[in-house]
Ligand binder design. Structure first.
Ligand code: 7TS
Length: 419
Protein backbone atom coordinates (compact mmCIF):
# COMPACT_ATOMS: atom_id res chain seq x y z
CA UNK A 1 0.00 0.00 0.00
CA UNK A 2 1.27 3.50 -0.72
CA UNK A 3 -0.19 6.96 -0.47
CA UNK A 4 -1.15 8.71 -3.67
CA UNK A 5 1.85 9.82 -5.66
CA UNK A 6 2.51 13.56 -5.25
CA UNK A 7 3.70 13.51 -8.86
CA UNK A 8 0.26 12.65 -10.20
CA UNK A 9 -0.17 14.30 -13.57
CA UNK A 10 -1.15 17.93 -13.52
CA UNK A 11 -1.74 19.63 -16.80
CA UNK A 12 0.57 22.61 -16.56
CA UNK A 13 2.35 23.89 -19.65
CA UNK A 14 6.08 23.34 -19.31
CA UNK A 15 8.31 25.25 -21.69
CA UNK A 16 11.24 22.87 -21.72
CA UNK A 17 13.35 24.75 -24.26
CA UNK A 18 13.00 27.91 -22.20
CA UNK A 19 14.07 26.02 -19.10
CA UNK A 20 17.04 24.38 -20.85
CA UNK A 21 18.25 27.81 -21.94
CA UNK A 22 18.58 28.72 -18.23
CA UNK A 23 21.30 26.05 -17.72
CA UNK A 24 24.57 27.04 -19.44
CA UNK A 25 26.16 23.59 -19.10
CA UNK A 26 23.39 22.01 -21.18
CA UNK A 27 24.82 23.83 -24.20
CA UNK A 28 28.14 22.08 -24.03
CA UNK A 29 29.32 19.18 -26.08
CA UNK A 30 30.93 16.30 -24.22
CA UNK A 31 33.24 15.86 -27.18
CA UNK A 32 33.15 17.73 -30.49
CA UNK A 33 29.77 17.06 -32.11
CA UNK A 34 28.41 15.22 -29.06
CA UNK A 35 25.87 17.27 -27.10
CA UNK A 36 25.62 16.53 -23.40
CA UNK A 37 22.69 14.33 -22.34
CA UNK A 38 22.78 14.75 -18.57
CA UNK A 39 20.89 11.93 -16.86
CA UNK A 40 22.58 12.07 -13.45
CA UNK A 41 20.62 14.70 -11.52
CA UNK A 42 19.95 12.28 -8.67
CA UNK A 43 23.66 12.53 -7.88
CA UNK A 44 23.79 16.30 -8.44
CA UNK A 45 21.68 18.66 -10.50
CA UNK A 46 22.91 21.28 -12.95
CA UNK A 47 22.72 24.97 -12.00
CA UNK A 48 20.74 27.70 -13.73
CA UNK A 49 22.30 31.05 -14.64
CA UNK A 50 20.23 32.70 -11.87
CA UNK A 51 22.08 30.66 -9.22
CA UNK A 52 25.52 31.15 -10.77
CA UNK A 53 24.88 34.90 -11.06
CA UNK A 54 23.55 35.22 -7.50
CA UNK A 55 26.77 33.71 -6.15
CA UNK A 56 29.04 35.72 -8.45
CA UNK A 57 27.04 38.83 -7.59
CA UNK A 58 27.51 38.22 -3.88
CA UNK A 59 31.29 37.93 -4.25
CA UNK A 60 31.42 40.99 -6.52
CA UNK A 61 29.24 43.21 -4.39
CA UNK A 62 29.05 42.38 -0.74
CA UNK A 63 31.33 39.60 0.38
CA UNK A 64 32.08 39.75 4.11
CA UNK A 65 31.70 37.53 7.14
CA UNK A 66 28.23 37.56 8.70
CA UNK A 67 26.76 38.26 12.14
CA UNK A 68 29.99 39.82 13.41
CA UNK A 69 30.41 43.22 11.89
CA UNK A 70 28.62 46.52 11.87
CA UNK A 71 30.14 47.69 8.62
CA UNK A 72 27.97 47.92 5.52
CA UNK A 73 29.30 44.83 3.76
CA UNK A 74 28.91 42.67 6.88
CA UNK A 75 25.33 43.86 7.22
CA UNK A 76 24.58 43.21 3.56
CA UNK A 77 26.16 39.74 3.71
CA UNK A 78 24.16 38.93 6.85
CA UNK A 79 20.95 40.11 5.19
CA UNK A 80 21.70 37.97 2.11
CA UNK A 81 22.43 34.89 4.24
CA UNK A 82 19.36 35.33 6.46
CA UNK A 83 17.24 36.17 3.41
CA UNK A 84 18.19 32.79 1.95
CA UNK A 85 17.14 31.10 5.18
CA UNK A 86 13.73 32.83 5.00
CA UNK A 87 13.30 31.68 1.36
CA UNK A 88 14.13 28.08 2.26
CA UNK A 89 11.69 28.23 5.21
CA UNK A 90 8.92 29.41 2.86
CA UNK A 91 9.82 26.74 0.31
CA UNK A 92 9.18 23.90 2.79
CA UNK A 93 6.47 25.83 4.69
CA UNK A 94 8.44 25.86 7.96
CA UNK A 95 6.57 27.83 10.64
CA UNK A 96 9.70 29.92 11.28
CA UNK A 97 13.07 30.55 9.61
CA UNK A 98 14.65 29.83 13.03
CA UNK A 99 13.80 26.17 12.41
CA UNK A 100 15.96 26.08 9.28
CA UNK A 101 19.56 25.17 10.06
CA UNK A 102 22.18 25.38 7.35
CA UNK A 103 24.52 22.38 7.25
CA UNK A 104 27.03 21.20 4.65
CA UNK A 105 24.63 18.76 3.01
CA UNK A 106 21.88 16.22 3.80
CA UNK A 107 24.51 13.87 5.21
CA UNK A 108 25.62 16.43 7.79
CA UNK A 109 21.99 17.25 8.62
CA UNK A 110 21.30 13.58 9.46
CA UNK A 111 24.57 13.30 11.39
CA UNK A 112 23.59 16.40 13.36
CA UNK A 113 20.42 14.62 14.52
CA UNK A 114 22.29 11.38 15.26
CA UNK A 115 24.99 13.15 17.28
CA UNK A 116 23.03 15.87 19.05
CA UNK A 117 19.55 14.35 19.48
CA UNK A 118 20.62 10.68 19.36
CA UNK A 119 23.41 10.97 21.93
CA UNK A 120 21.15 12.82 24.37
CA UNK A 121 18.00 10.75 23.89
CA UNK A 122 18.92 7.18 22.99
CA UNK A 123 20.29 4.51 25.29
CA UNK A 124 21.01 0.77 25.24
CA UNK A 125 18.16 -1.29 23.85
CA UNK A 126 16.29 1.66 22.30
CA UNK A 127 14.84 0.86 18.88
CA UNK A 128 15.47 3.00 15.79
CA UNK A 129 13.48 2.10 12.66
CA UNK A 130 15.07 2.70 9.26
CA UNK A 131 14.24 1.11 5.89
CA UNK A 132 16.08 -1.25 3.56
CA UNK A 133 16.17 1.41 0.84
CA UNK A 134 18.20 4.04 2.71
CA UNK A 135 21.18 5.88 1.30
CA UNK A 136 24.30 5.31 3.43
CA UNK A 137 23.79 8.83 4.79
CA UNK A 138 20.77 7.54 6.73
CA UNK A 139 22.41 4.28 7.75
CA UNK A 140 25.99 4.83 8.84
CA UNK A 141 25.29 7.61 11.40
CA UNK A 142 22.92 5.15 13.12
CA UNK A 143 25.45 2.29 12.84
CA UNK A 144 27.98 4.52 14.60
CA UNK A 145 25.46 5.34 17.32
CA UNK A 146 24.45 1.67 17.61
CA UNK A 147 28.08 0.72 18.28
CA UNK A 148 28.49 3.51 20.80
CA UNK A 149 25.17 3.18 22.62
CA UNK A 150 24.05 -0.34 21.88
CA UNK A 151 20.79 0.81 20.33
CA UNK A 152 18.83 -1.62 18.16
CA UNK A 153 18.29 -0.92 14.45
CA UNK A 154 15.25 -2.37 12.71
CA UNK A 155 14.39 -2.03 9.01
CA UNK A 156 11.12 -1.70 7.15
CA UNK A 157 11.54 -4.24 4.31
CA UNK A 158 11.24 -3.42 0.63
CA UNK A 159 8.80 -5.77 -1.10
CA UNK A 160 8.96 -7.31 -4.58
CA UNK A 161 7.17 -4.30 -6.03
CA UNK A 162 9.87 -1.94 -4.71
CA UNK A 163 7.55 -0.49 -2.07
CA UNK A 164 7.90 -0.43 1.72
CA UNK A 165 6.13 -3.28 3.50
CA UNK A 166 3.81 -1.29 5.75
CA UNK A 167 2.40 -4.38 7.48
CA UNK A 168 5.89 -5.14 8.72
CA UNK A 169 6.25 -1.48 9.70
CA UNK A 170 3.14 -1.76 11.89
CA UNK A 171 4.67 -4.84 13.55
CA UNK A 172 7.96 -2.98 14.15
CA UNK A 173 6.04 -0.12 15.78
CA UNK A 174 4.92 -2.51 18.54
CA UNK A 175 8.59 -2.52 19.66
CA UNK A 176 8.08 1.07 20.84
CA UNK A 177 10.75 2.78 18.67
CA UNK A 178 12.26 6.08 19.77
CA UNK A 179 12.94 7.19 16.19
CA UNK A 180 11.69 6.41 12.69
CA UNK A 181 14.11 7.75 10.06
CA UNK A 182 13.39 7.08 6.40
CA UNK A 183 13.86 8.32 2.87
CA UNK A 184 11.05 10.26 1.19
CA UNK A 185 12.23 9.01 -2.20
CA UNK A 186 14.71 6.24 -2.96
CA UNK A 187 17.74 7.34 -4.98
CA UNK A 188 17.82 3.91 -6.65
CA UNK A 189 14.28 2.59 -6.98
CA UNK A 190 12.76 6.05 -7.23
CA UNK A 191 10.06 4.87 -4.81
CA UNK A 192 8.14 7.72 -3.20
CA UNK A 193 7.40 6.57 0.31
CA UNK A 194 4.04 7.31 1.98
CA UNK A 195 5.72 9.75 4.36
CA UNK A 196 2.59 11.25 5.94
CA UNK A 197 1.26 7.82 6.80
CA UNK A 198 4.61 6.59 8.16
CA UNK A 199 4.90 9.71 10.32
CA UNK A 200 1.31 9.53 11.56
CA UNK A 201 1.82 5.95 12.72
CA UNK A 202 5.21 6.74 14.29
CA UNK A 203 3.68 9.65 16.21
CA UNK A 204 0.92 7.37 17.49
CA UNK A 205 3.57 5.35 19.36
CA UNK A 206 5.50 8.46 20.48
CA UNK A 207 8.45 8.08 18.07
CA UNK A 208 10.43 11.01 16.73
CA UNK A 209 10.54 11.17 12.92
CA UNK A 210 13.27 12.15 10.47
CA UNK A 211 12.60 12.40 6.75
CA UNK A 212 15.56 12.16 4.38
CA UNK A 213 14.32 14.63 1.78
CA UNK A 214 17.49 14.64 -0.36
CA UNK A 215 15.51 13.23 -3.30
CA UNK A 216 12.05 14.65 -2.55
CA UNK A 217 12.59 18.35 -1.84
CA UNK A 218 14.21 18.94 -5.27
CA UNK A 219 11.44 17.14 -7.18
CA UNK A 220 8.04 17.83 -5.64
CA UNK A 221 6.43 20.18 -3.14
CA UNK A 222 7.35 19.16 0.41
CA UNK A 223 5.43 20.82 3.22
CA UNK A 224 6.85 20.10 6.68
CA UNK A 225 3.65 21.16 8.40
CA UNK A 226 1.42 18.79 6.47
CA UNK A 227 4.05 16.02 6.76
CA UNK A 228 4.21 16.53 10.52
CA UNK A 229 7.83 15.37 10.72
CA UNK A 230 10.22 16.33 13.52
CA UNK A 231 13.18 16.61 11.15
CA UNK A 232 13.71 17.00 7.40
CA UNK A 233 17.17 16.82 5.81
CA UNK A 234 18.13 17.85 2.27
CA UNK A 235 20.99 19.09 0.06
CA UNK A 236 21.18 22.23 -2.05
CA UNK A 237 23.24 20.69 -4.86
CA UNK A 238 20.45 18.33 -5.89
CA UNK A 239 17.94 21.18 -6.28
CA UNK A 240 19.74 23.53 -8.67
CA UNK A 241 21.78 25.10 -5.87
CA UNK A 242 25.51 24.91 -5.17
CA UNK A 243 27.42 22.18 -3.35
CA UNK A 244 28.60 22.84 0.21
CA UNK A 245 25.24 23.67 1.77
CA UNK A 246 22.31 21.62 3.01
CA UNK A 247 19.42 22.01 5.39
CA UNK A 248 18.11 20.50 8.56
CA UNK A 249 14.56 21.56 9.40
CA UNK A 250 13.43 20.69 12.90
CA UNK A 251 10.49 21.18 15.22
CA UNK A 252 11.03 24.18 17.49
CA UNK A 253 10.77 22.37 20.83
CA UNK A 254 12.90 19.44 19.81
CA UNK A 255 15.65 21.70 18.40
CA UNK A 256 15.57 23.89 21.50
CA UNK A 257 15.90 20.87 23.78
CA UNK A 258 18.84 19.42 21.82
CA UNK A 259 22.44 20.04 22.88
CA UNK A 260 24.68 21.68 20.27
CA UNK A 261 26.37 19.60 17.57
CA UNK A 262 29.69 21.33 16.91
CA UNK A 263 31.26 24.00 19.12
CA UNK A 264 32.91 27.25 18.05
CA UNK A 265 32.12 30.77 17.00
CA UNK A 266 28.55 31.92 16.30
CA UNK A 267 26.89 28.99 18.10
CA UNK A 268 27.41 30.60 21.52
CA UNK A 269 25.78 33.40 23.47
CA UNK A 270 28.72 33.70 25.84
CA UNK A 271 31.94 31.83 26.56
CA UNK A 272 34.08 31.72 29.71
CA UNK A 273 37.26 29.82 30.35
CA UNK A 274 35.39 26.86 31.77
CA UNK A 275 31.86 27.18 30.38
CA UNK A 276 29.69 28.47 27.56
CA UNK A 277 26.04 29.32 26.96
CA UNK A 278 24.67 28.16 23.59
CA UNK A 279 23.11 30.64 21.20
CA UNK A 280 19.41 30.70 20.26
CA UNK A 281 18.06 28.86 17.21
CA UNK A 282 19.19 28.45 14.51
CA UNK A 283 22.70 29.70 15.38
CA UNK A 284 23.15 27.10 18.13
CA UNK A 285 23.73 24.55 15.36
CA UNK A 286 25.83 26.69 13.01
CA UNK A 287 29.35 26.74 14.42
CA UNK A 288 31.98 28.74 12.58
CA UNK A 289 31.78 30.76 9.38
CA UNK A 290 29.08 29.15 7.27
CA UNK A 291 28.82 28.72 3.50
CA UNK A 292 27.60 32.28 2.88
CA UNK A 293 27.74 32.57 -0.91
CA UNK A 294 26.35 29.04 -1.12
CA UNK A 295 23.37 30.07 1.02
CA UNK A 296 22.79 32.94 -1.41
CA UNK A 297 22.96 30.41 -4.25
CA UNK A 298 20.49 28.11 -2.51
CA UNK A 299 18.14 31.06 -1.97
CA UNK A 300 18.31 31.79 -5.71
CA UNK A 301 17.70 28.10 -6.49
CA UNK A 302 14.60 28.06 -4.33
CA UNK A 303 13.35 31.23 -6.06
CA UNK A 304 14.04 29.62 -9.44
CA UNK A 305 12.21 26.38 -8.62
CA UNK A 306 9.29 28.29 -7.09
CA UNK A 307 8.99 30.48 -10.19
CA UNK A 308 8.57 27.38 -12.34
CA UNK A 309 6.42 25.69 -9.72
CA UNK A 310 7.12 22.42 -7.95
CA UNK A 311 3.86 20.87 -9.17
CA UNK A 312 4.82 21.61 -12.79
CA UNK A 313 8.30 20.13 -12.22
CA UNK A 314 6.80 17.03 -10.61
CA UNK A 315 4.34 16.58 -13.47
CA UNK A 316 7.13 16.91 -16.05
CA UNK A 317 9.27 14.33 -14.26
CA UNK A 318 6.28 12.01 -13.95
CA UNK A 319 5.81 12.18 -17.71
CA UNK A 320 9.55 11.64 -18.24
CA UNK A 321 9.76 8.53 -16.05
CA UNK A 322 6.63 7.02 -17.59
CA UNK A 323 8.16 7.46 -21.06
CA UNK A 324 11.60 6.24 -19.93
CA UNK A 325 10.16 3.07 -18.37
CA UNK A 326 8.15 2.37 -21.50
CA UNK A 327 11.22 2.74 -23.72
CA UNK A 328 13.61 0.85 -21.41
CA UNK A 329 11.26 -2.11 -21.29
CA UNK A 330 11.46 -2.33 -25.09
CA UNK A 331 15.19 -3.13 -24.92
CA UNK A 332 15.79 -6.91 -24.74
CA UNK A 333 17.80 -7.84 -21.62
CA UNK A 334 17.04 -4.63 -19.71
CA UNK A 335 15.59 -5.01 -16.22
CA UNK A 336 14.43 -1.87 -14.41
CA UNK A 337 14.28 -1.98 -10.61
CA UNK A 338 11.60 -0.36 -8.50
CA UNK A 339 7.87 0.27 -8.72
CA UNK A 340 5.74 1.36 -11.65
CA UNK A 341 5.78 5.01 -12.72
CA UNK A 342 2.84 6.09 -10.56
CA UNK A 343 4.78 5.24 -7.36
CA UNK A 344 8.08 6.73 -8.33
CA UNK A 345 10.01 9.85 -9.19
CA UNK A 346 12.37 10.37 -12.11
CA UNK A 347 14.89 7.62 -11.34
CA UNK A 348 15.43 4.45 -13.38
CA UNK A 349 18.05 2.01 -12.05
CA UNK A 350 18.51 -0.87 -14.42
CA UNK A 351 20.70 -3.76 -15.49
CA UNK A 352 21.42 -5.13 -18.94
CA UNK A 353 21.93 -8.88 -19.14
CA UNK A 354 25.58 -9.87 -19.49
CA UNK A 355 26.99 -6.32 -19.23
CA UNK A 356 28.54 -4.75 -16.13
CA UNK A 357 26.88 -1.44 -15.20
CA UNK A 358 30.25 0.36 -15.39
CA UNK A 359 30.61 -0.78 -19.01
CA UNK A 360 27.08 0.47 -19.72
CA UNK A 361 27.93 3.88 -18.25
CA UNK A 362 31.24 4.06 -20.14
CA UNK A 363 29.77 3.22 -23.53
CA UNK A 364 26.84 5.59 -22.95
CA UNK A 365 29.37 8.33 -22.13
CA UNK A 366 31.02 7.74 -25.49
CA UNK A 367 27.68 8.86 -26.95
CA UNK A 368 27.49 11.89 -24.63
CA UNK A 369 24.95 10.28 -22.29
CA UNK A 370 25.82 10.72 -18.59
CA UNK A 371 24.42 8.02 -16.30
CA UNK A 372 25.80 6.64 -13.05
CA UNK A 373 26.85 3.07 -12.29
CA UNK A 374 27.48 1.43 -8.94
CA UNK A 375 25.55 0.85 -5.74
CA UNK A 376 24.70 4.57 -5.51
CA UNK A 377 25.52 4.58 -1.77
CA UNK A 378 22.70 2.11 -1.17
CA UNK A 379 24.68 -1.10 -0.84
CA UNK A 380 22.23 -2.89 1.49
CA UNK A 381 19.43 -2.29 -1.03
CA UNK A 382 21.56 -3.80 -3.80
CA UNK A 383 22.30 -6.79 -1.53
CA UNK A 384 18.55 -7.21 -1.12
CA UNK A 385 18.10 -7.02 -4.90
CA UNK A 386 20.86 -9.64 -5.22
CA UNK A 387 23.06 -7.52 -7.49
CA UNK A 388 26.30 -5.63 -6.76
CA UNK A 389 25.48 -2.62 -8.91
CA UNK A 390 23.04 -1.00 -11.32
CA UNK A 391 23.21 1.63 -14.03
CA UNK A 392 20.99 4.60 -13.22
CA UNK A 393 19.42 7.26 -15.41
CA UNK A 394 17.71 10.10 -13.58
CA UNK A 395 15.63 13.02 -14.79
CA UNK A 396 15.04 16.59 -13.75
CA UNK A 397 13.15 19.61 -14.99
CA UNK A 398 15.53 20.16 -17.94
CA UNK A 399 15.40 16.67 -19.45
CA UNK A 400 13.47 15.87 -22.62
CA UNK A 401 11.90 12.76 -24.18
CA UNK A 402 14.50 13.10 -26.98
CA UNK A 403 17.18 12.52 -24.32
CA UNK A 404 15.43 9.30 -23.30
CA UNK A 405 15.61 8.28 -26.96
CA UNK A 406 19.39 8.98 -26.90
CA UNK A 407 19.69 6.75 -23.83
CA UNK A 408 17.88 3.95 -25.63
CA UNK A 409 20.01 4.35 -28.78
CA UNK A 410 23.06 4.18 -26.50
CA UNK A 411 21.83 0.96 -24.91
CA UNK A 412 21.49 -0.65 -28.33
CA UNK A 413 25.11 0.41 -28.96
CA UNK A 414 26.13 -1.25 -25.68
CA UNK A 415 24.35 -4.45 -26.74
CA UNK A 416 26.14 -4.40 -30.10
CA UNK A 417 29.56 -4.01 -28.44
CA UNK A 418 28.85 -6.96 -26.12
CA UNK A 419 27.06 -9.20 -28.61
N1 7TS B 1 19.90 10.73 0.97
C1 7TS B 1 19.57 10.35 -0.27
C2 7TS B 1 18.25 9.70 -0.50
C3 7TS B 1 20.45 10.60 -1.32
O1 7TS B 1 20.10 10.24 -2.56
C4 7TS B 1 21.69 11.22 -1.05
C5 7TS B 1 22.70 11.46 -2.15
C6 7TS B 1 21.97 11.61 0.25
C7 7TS B 1 21.06 11.34 1.24
C8 7TS B 1 23.23 12.31 0.62
O2 7TS B 1 23.30 13.56 0.03
P1 7TS B 1 24.60 14.44 0.21
O3 7TS B 1 24.32 15.67 -0.56
O4 7TS B 1 24.76 14.68 1.67
O5 7TS B 1 25.74 13.64 -0.35
N2 7TS B 1 22.58 10.61 -3.26
C9 7TS B 1 23.51 10.45 -4.22
C10 7TS B 1 23.32 9.57 -5.31
O6 7TS B 1 22.32 8.89 -5.46
N3 7TS B 1 24.41 9.59 -6.09
O7 7TS B 1 25.27 10.47 -5.58
C11 7TS B 1 24.74 11.00 -4.41
Amino acid sequence: MTASNPMSAINIPFDIEHIRADFPVLNREVRPGLPLVYLDSTASSQKPEAVIEAMNGFYRCCNANIHRGVHTLAEEATAAYEGARARVARFINAPSARQVIFTRNATEAINLVAYAWGRANLSAGDVVILTEMEHHANLVPWHILATEKNIRLEFIPVNEAGLLDLDEYRRLLTLGPKLVSFTHMSNVLGTITPAEEIIRQAKAVGAVTLVDGAQSVPHFAVNVQSLGCDFLAFSSHKMCGPTGIGVLYGGKEILEAMPPFMGGGDMIKSVHLRSFTPNALPYKFEAGTPAIAEAVGLGAAVDYLSRIGMDAIAAHEQAMIAYALERLEEVPGVKVYGPSAQHKGGVAAFSLAGVHPHDIAQILDEGGVAVRAGHHCAQPLHEKLGIPATARASFYLYNTPAEVDKLIEGLYRVKKVFS
